[in-house]
Design a protein around this ligand. Structure first.
Ligand SMILES: *Cc1c(COP(=O)(O)O)cnc(C)c1O
Length: 357
């Protein structure tokens, strides 16, 4: 049976990425050696790192003066690395979910954190709009896509202070005006690569403004100076990331991904709104994520949750159980998810409605 992979992360990758990586695990670039056993200083791997950085820059139209890094440690290490490098007196954060909260917690170790707004009072089911970014903050941090709650900041906001974004789960899903940000980071295991690599896009001139001593590995400057090769990078995930970047490029780039993602999301949200047994958890339509689509059983149908999960699982749906803090269901519709999988889920929801008439 065809499996439809809706996992939130690690999650679906293009078949192209998986096949090319599997080939390279056996014989990397005609070296007769596995990708897992070759030096990261070999000319073959150095070429992979260089191409991954330049293709990332091309696909997102990254202006001159920015670096692209591939690091270890996950997005969670960035929660501390950002303040280590940028926090002098005070930072501002927008609290839109569990990941924002973790970032805020780390920043508080460095001093005053101004949480300008929060949607925690409503289980993070919307994006706060009316807030003021303090002009004396060193930076303003946002989480553009809230993987757990299914909300998304879909436009690049204007900030009077340097803007920092966690884009773990929506990087490369839409065009981004990089010039509005000084730093963008994310774990690659949502929309780019297998777990183990973290991408960082950083404007070089933002560094060097804090007084503290920064541990070598947590200092962005270390990695910029060495082209992301100060120490051994995650070789296999970086290779896989390059394959995904090539796949995106070959399919018309980030604009085309965005069109396709919007189409997929509209299909599923329309069914959630139409189907009498389900309702969306994010009621404000402009805040609905096009990457993680959350829904629950409708009022009066709460007792059918387990039955629907079983029904959908029998029909090949994988990974649709919602995060434990929201319940219900979450379908992640990352770049690599084909629209046929969304159609299959919609069909499944319609069949379930008919079975329960
Ligand atoms: C998954 C996720 C993280 C955590 O990433 P790790 O690489 O596991 O540390 C952080 N932020 C967002 C938005 C995420 O989706």
């Amino acid at each position: 049976m065809t499996k439809h992979n809706f996992y939130a992360g690690p999650s679906i990758l293009p078949d192209y990425t998986i096949e090319k990586t599997a080939e390279a695990v056996r014989d990397f670039a005609g070296t007769g050696i596995s990708l897992m056993s070759i030096s990261h200083r070999s000319k073959e791997f150095v070429a992979v790192m260089d191409e991954a950085q330049s293709l990332f820059k091309k696909l997102l139209n990254i202006p001159d003066g920015y670096s692209v890094l591939f690091l270890g440690g996950g997005a969670s290490t960035q929660f501390a690395m950002v303040p280590f490098n940028l926090f002098s007196k005070k930072a501002a954060y927008l609290n839109t979910g569990a990941w924002s909260k973790k970032a805020i917690k780390e920043a508080k170790n460095f001093g005053e954190v101004d949480v300008v707004a929060s949607s925690e009072d409503a289980t993070f089911n919307y994006i706060p709009k009316d807030y003021k970014i303090p002009e004396d903050a060193d930076y303003f941090h946002i989480t553009t896509n809230n993987t757990i709650y299914g909300t998304e900041i879909k436009n690049d906001i204007d900030s009077p202070v340097p803007l920092v974004a966690d884009m773990s789960s929506d990087i490369l899903s839409r065009p981004v005006d990089i010039s509005k940000y000084v730093l963008i980071y994310g774990g690659a295991q949502k929309n780019l690569a297998p777990a183990g690599v973290t991408f960082v896009i950083i404007r070089n001139d933002i560094l060097g403004k804090v007084d503290r001593k920064i541990p070598t590995m947590l200092n962005y400057q270390t990695h910029i100076d060495k082209g992301s090769m100060f120490n051994t990078p995650p070789v296999l995930p970086v290779f896989a990331a390059l394959q995904t970047l090539k796949w995106i490029d070959g399919r018309g780039g980030v604009e085309k991904m965005h069109e396709y993602n919007q189409q997929k999301a509209a299909l599923l949200y329309d069914e959630i709104d139409r189907n009498s047994l389900f309702k969306g958890t994010v009621t404000n339509k402009e805040d609905r994520s096009i990457m993680n689509i959350c829904f629950v059983m409708n009022d009066g149908a709460e007792d059918k949750e387990k039955a629907f999960l079983d029904f959908a699982t029998e029909r090949g749906m994988v990974g649709i159980k919602g995060h434990r803090s929201v319940g219900g269901f979450r379908a992640s519709t990352y770049n690599a998810l084909p629209i046929e999988s969304v159609e299959a889920l919609v069909q499944c929801m319609q069949d379930f409605e008919n079975h329960n008439k």
